[in-house]
Design a binder for this molecule. Structure first.
Ligand code: SAH
Ligand code: SF4
Length: 338
């Protein structure tokens, strides 16, 4: 992998070289060292051999070109996915994977179904954004936001995720502010506790999906290990230390977790708690358990109950479902026609 090798290769070069090389990779987004014409020829040759820039990928754009999915082949032939979403305001969000597959097996999630392959190295997370910067560089666009909502559980690959976030933040590299980076977790308490102590101001989201342990453990087996009480204790503490909002993601699965009673239970759970925001998400058909997305009236009713309890709530319209690219559908499907 090239990033760690760079310093080694440049150790006998004048110090400004490192900055210059970083600019070629992370500002000009070159794909071949030949493009780095201001570098001495001998150095370019060395970089070409020891630090190749190619990323093996297969990119599929949606017909309206507002979303795209990349299948990226890693050195050991594992394949991961990364998604580009162009929001309504034309901002570009990249959804990155933190692991190849996922060990947690949530019942609604296609990634969970495929099982766990391995943790990604930080560079394998970084290249998922680098690839898209290259892809859009000619249109004058830049990546605005990054969300760790692709394959895998980011807090089970903590060190690599934090290392990647630092590369995203670095003014000499991507220069993407921490506030533009969001991390979604199924609720790994040790990870939330470590995050509370980090000085990075990024956004944290919890995949909640149910307001009580019985239903949540049914949908997300990892809940048996931690449970909502402990998770909320860790989140309350995170909020207290950072003063930052936490987003609660709630997939609306028809007649599974979307009843008015459950909305009231959720309202009770959040009573007296500050800085939580509920994000209602359409269930994307992942072909699992005959789940379907909630009907518009059930979503409306659920939302009303929360609003009446003065809970901040938004609906997320996830893009990319025509590409099997939306959240929870990242299972390396090559056949885009389903
Ligand atoms: N493992 C982490 C992050 C990756 S999943 C987590 O679970 O939070 C990213 C988001 O996609 C999570 O909120 C997850 O619950 C959601 N998701 C999974 N399957 C989905 C589906 N079929 N439809 C909609 N969202 C889904
Ligand atoms: Fe893993 Fe998140 Fe999917 Fe659950 S929802 S299986 S934690 S990727």
């Amino acid at each position: 992998m090239f990033l760690t090798k760079l310093k080694e290769i440049l150790k006998d070069e004048p110090t400004y070289r490192y900055k210059q090389v970083n600019a070629f990779i992370f500002k000009n987004f070159i794909t071949d060292w030949e493009e780095a014409s201001s570098l001495p020829f001998s150095l370019r040759e060395k970089l070409q051999i020891s630090c190749p820039l190619d990323i093996s990928s297969d990119i599929h754009w949606s017909s309206d070109r507002d979303s795209a999915k990349a299948l990226i082949k890693l050195e050991d032939n594992n394949v991961i996915e990364s998604v580009l979403i162009r929001n309504r305001d034309k901002r570009i969000t990249i959804c990155v994977s933190a692991q190849a597959g996922c060990p947690l097996g949530c019942s609604f999630c296609a990634t969970g179904k495929m099982g766990f392959k391995r943790n990604l190295d930080f560079e394998e997370i970084v290249i998922q954004v680098l690839l898209w910067e290259r892809e859009i560089r000619n249109s004058g666009e830049r990546v605005d936001n990054i969300v760790f909502m692709g394959q895998g559980e980011p807090l089970l690959n903590y060190d690599n995720v934090i290392k990647a976030v630092k590369v995203f933040n670095d003014p000499e590299r991507f220069n993407i502010g921490a506030r533009k980076i969001s991390l979604s977790t199924s609720g790994i308490i040790e990870g939330i506790e470590r995050l509370s102590k980090e000085k990075l101001q990024f956004n944290l989201a919890l995949s909640l999906h149910a307001p009580n342990d019985d239903l949540r453990s049914n949908l997300m087996p990892i809940n048996e290990k931690y449970g909502l009480k402990k998770i909320f204790r860790a989140l309350d503490n995170y909020i207290e230390r950072n003063g930052r909002k936490v987003m609660l993601e709630y997939i609306m699965i028809n007649k599974v977790n979307d009843s008015p009673e459950l909305a009231r239970e959720l309202a009770d759970l959040l009573k007296g708690r500050r800085l939580y925001m509920v994000n209602l998400i359409k269930y994307n058909d992942a072909g699992l358990n005959n789940f379907t997305t909630s009907t518009p009236d059930r979503i409306k009713k659920f939302k009303e109950i929360l609003i009446n309890s003065r809970i901040e709530v938004v609906e997320r319209h996830s893009a990319g479902s025509d590409l099997w690219a939306a959240c929870g559908q990242l299972a390396n499907r090559n056949n885009l026609n389903k």
